[in-house]
Design a protein around this ligand. Sequence first.
Ligand code: 5GW
Ligand code: MN
Length: 242
Amino acid sequence: MNLTIATTVFAVGKYVRFLQDFLETAEKHFMVDFNVRYYVFTDRPDDVPSVNLSQGRHLSVIQVPGSNRWQEISARRMEIIQTAIERQISREADYIFCLDVDSKFHARWGAESLGRLVAVIHPWFYQATRDLFTYERRPASTAYIPMDEGDYYYAGAVFGGSVEDVYTLTKVCRNQLEEDARNSIEAAWQEESHLNRYLLYNKPSKLLSPEYQWDDKKTKTNEVKVIRFSSVIKNYAEIRPN
Ligand code: 5GW
Ligand code: MN
């Protein structure tokens, strides 16, 4: 079908150091034999490593402002993706995945992951009952989810789908993040809370298992057969601004 898959990844400040492993392992495992376009959002374009990309795969660097306060950028991530979809990605890709950069691929991530709206069950919550989900519980936030609602607790580090559906997701989450900011309220897990709220009322058409967003801090369990993508263990003192 000659599809193109966009991948957005933020590498602001010291997080540029994760790009090499992220990109090298993506070349081995992520959407092999598809057209892939990486969109790297960074304040340090000169520090983006040059990784050999296979045929049909491209990388664009998009400059974003740096900040000592990550919260300032974090709150704008949905807006930045929304704008990039409008300006560039909608013309260049069919599907999109928005991923955390502090991660590596370990095994095949292929066409089985495609769908109109795609989310992953958070690796720390797939066995938890609903009352333990860390949704935003204050009605004053636009990310609010009442105790008797919610299907799954979704990971904020991976979401995707058709470019059109993800565009709507980023637009809605952006507006809700901005409304919360105007009301001086920050959801418990920021974007992850807003993503969970969005996906409660806009059900994903495809739900991926925690194989697609494992956490290296968690020992592998029997239910998980193949770890495909995982968050690496990071030294917070070393990589985070203040
Ligand atoms: C995040 C938290 C505190 C301070 C800084 C950051 C940070 C995140 C940053 O300085 N630069 C950056 O590019 N990020 C992006 O946000 C990365 O793509 C990162 O993977 C993503 C989410 O932040 P993480 O991975 O630190 O959050 P957790 O909850 O996955 O640990
Ligand atoms: Mn992460």
